[in-house]
Design a protein around this ligand. Sequence first.
Ligand SMILES: Nc1nc2c(c(=O)[nH]1)N[C@H]1C(S)=C(S)[C@@H](COP(=O)(O)OP(=O)(O)OC[C@H]3O[C@@H](n4cnc5c(=O)[nH]c(N)nc54)[C@H](O)[C@@H]3O)O[C@H]1N2
Ligand SMILES: Nc1nc2c(c(=O)[nH]1)N[C@H]1C(S)=C(S)[C@@H](COP(=O)(O)OP(=O)(O)OC[C@H]3O[C@@H](n4cnc5c(=O)[nH]c(N)nc54)[C@H](O)[C@@H]3O)O[C@H]1N2
Ligand SMILES: [Mo]
Length: 765
Amino acid sequence: MDKKEHFEDYHHPAGGWGSVKAVAGALLEQNVAWHGSRVLLQQNKADGFACVSCSWAKPANPHPFEFCENGARATAWEITQKRVDPAFFLTQTLSELRQWEDHDLEALGRITAPMRWDSTLDKYLEISWEQAYAEIGTALRSCAAHSAVFYASGRASLEASYMYQLMARLYGSNNLPDSSNMCHESTGVALYETIGVGVGTVSLADFEQADCIFFFGQNVGTNSPRMLHQLQDARRRGVPVITFNPLREPGLLSFANPQSPQEMLSAAETRISTQYHQVKAGGDSAAIMGLCKVLFELDDEARLNRAMRILDIDFIAAHTQGFDAFEQTARATSWEHIEQESGLTRGALAAAGGEYARAAAVIGIYGMGLTQHRHGVQNVQMLSNLLLMRGNLGKPGAGICPVRGHSNVQGQRTVGITEKAKLAPLDALASQYDFDPPREDGLNTVKACEQILAGKINAFIGLGGNFVRAVPETVLMEAAWEKIPLTVQIATKLNRSHLVHGEQAYLLPCLGRIEIDRQTSGAQIVSVEDSTGFMHASRGVQEPASENLRSEPAIIAGIAQALLPNHPQVDWSAWVADYSLIRDAIAQTFPAIFHDFNARLGTPGGFRRPLPACQRQWNTVTGKANFKVPSMLAEDPDMPDSGPDVLRLFTIRSDSQFNTTIYTLDDRFRGVYGTRKVLLMHADDIARLGLREGELVQASTVAHDQVVRQVGGLRVTTHDIPPGCIAGYYPECNPLIPLWHHAKGSQVPAAKSIPVRLSKNMAAA
Ligand SMILES: Nc1nc2c(c(=O)[nH]1)N[C@H]1C(S)=C(S)[C@@H](COP(=O)(O)OP(=O)(O)OC[C@H]3O[C@@H](n4cnc5c(=O)[nH]c(N)nc54)[C@H](O)[C@@H]3O)O[C@H]1N2
Ligand SMILES: Nc1nc2c(c(=O)[nH]1)N[C@H]1C(S)=C(S)[C@@H](COP(=O)(O)OP(=O)(O)OC[C@H]3O[C@@H](n4cnc5c(=O)[nH]c(N)nc54)[C@H](O)[C@@H]3O)O[C@H]1N2
Ligand SMILES: [Mo]
């Protein structure tokens, strides 16, 4: 399977032949080569299915192959011929399975039947669906609604998500944490305050009109590769792309379109980034402050020379609030401080700021490099400040573009999966279903973890995901997880969160989105929202992995019917029989977004939700777009003084994983093969700390609390990375993240800035 552990330099473009080889390899490994390639043709097509990998926008006129290497991998992973059936579970205790690696667990294939953990045998045994529902309903009814958690990973459809939040609220709980609590929650919190919408404003059409693109902390080649098409087109028009990332990521450097025979045969490639700034991890607020300072300096010059102003003063006057305070802070911030915190020179920032000032329309793209920090909210607001200075919001070719994670994570929020009462459509639900929904805030991911650690959670339902693996504080969390009275996991593939389980535990296998979902009214379609706010239909094309699978809406309905008293306005069975009825209910709850939902579902390229900020209407407290003054530029004021031996660790995804799903142990783009237990380090740090290339070390978190957090057996590897920063893989490094180490305001775990010390240690974690 994986080649032996080794390291190489990578000098090829993203895409290219490496990509073709990887797609073929993924199909072969899952035994679906011929069939899989036919399924791929229907990926992201109007009459096909929405990719189950990332949530990047799906064009109205798709390419013949509207998928990327990682989308193809995700498809192969779901339509695999491999099965993990009840007979297999008889051969292994869960204690035994807990010794397996993440990759090997999921590689077992699709789960085929509902299972219940048997405590005497320590095995999962098959159970009937009806019995599982009845037992889960009884157990949930016996606990207080506020002590149950309804987690959602961002993959379930709009229909399933709507039913899920309704079930939780009818039961009496707003405990609806989701994966965006670990991801773009910083975006939601930041942008509601600054521009009055919690999502991005950019659409594919804007890419065609942009004059300049800024990229902060998003690894496009791996995590949203279909965007490379838009970037390649922009580059061909001569649009500069300016990147801020501590690592030189190949996907941000150059791209060869694997779907263009011409490019493949001529080995042509498009250079993506025209400027590449290797900012220190956690240095973005400082870097962006530098860019803002450059704009003020250029504007001063323009005024002196009576030239055209650099700031869009008309926009600032008509549309914004808080500019003066921001200007004062920017002018008062010293270049020394900016250089120190960002790790970038004034000259480099002047070059980037100059490009920004010359462009009439700029898009600001970002990902986890901004959001997963103590200052995650502030980082996003700094980017919003930068865009506001030249009116780069609410005009064609410009805007802010958070690149979302899971394929429907944005949509789940749109249809009410949120722990925040103020964001939930509580009044609409109350009148539509004639009940009193809970009005207090529920638990987000971090708060749910706190309550689990405190032993106060009685039930955890997971609609997808791998909660214990994705959250911080792995060691304490796993121990506490086993004491939860009830855990229920709705899933496609086996993962660690199913093996470290509660006292009463169920594993309920569901259809994936690629599979045909047959209900009494016929094959159903579902819908998802992409990163740019467009809603798309998705139709399964593949025969289900087992006859005994149920769809997510059917499973939610099964649990809801066992849990809740009969409700005259909610006919769960009718909804499951015909999903268009769920869409009618969604349209009634959210008429502005989903009116005529069923009729509009066939719109080529999807239909877009209204985003007032795109029309320069600001649904903020002030009624204006708000400049926000950063509290400080230093990354983490709450951490103890970091001596010279303390390094800043940021956790990264490889080219061959989807979150906690590890496809292979290789990370082709970073030249790491056959292992994920590595630390990427600057050569000077290796020498300074008296370490050797290839040596095994243990990383320990530097924190004042008494908890020991360490991961051993990590191999030191020289990499092009700013001094003082090191990179390691997620989720292997999650035991190092303290639960309290999260973004102010959004509580997104600060997975991109963990202070650690290294020691020579041969022991594995
Ligand atoms: N194939 C694939 N696709 C995916 C996923 C996957 O795992 N695999 N995951 C999905 C999900 S849920 C999400 S949220 C997205 C995640 O996609 P991204 O937002 O791209 O997230 P990461 O890969 O965690 O990190 C992104 C980049 O941030 C850089 N970085 C780290 N720290 C900093 C910093 O302080 N500043 C700056 N400027 N950069 C920094 C890293 O070097 C890396 O290149 O992708 C989605 N798509
Ligand atoms: N250190 C560190 N930690 C992080 C991050 C980081 O960058 N660094 N990133 C964070 C981010 S951005 C995110 S989004 C979270 C991800 O956290 P989660 O969303 O909880 O985790 P995933 O790994 O995406 O979940 C994978 C599992 O989902 C199940 N699954 C797959 N498809 C389906 C489906 O169609 N239906 C159902 N019901 N189940 C399905 C499979 O069983 C699979 O094992 O992790 C966060 N944790
Ligand atoms: Mo995410």
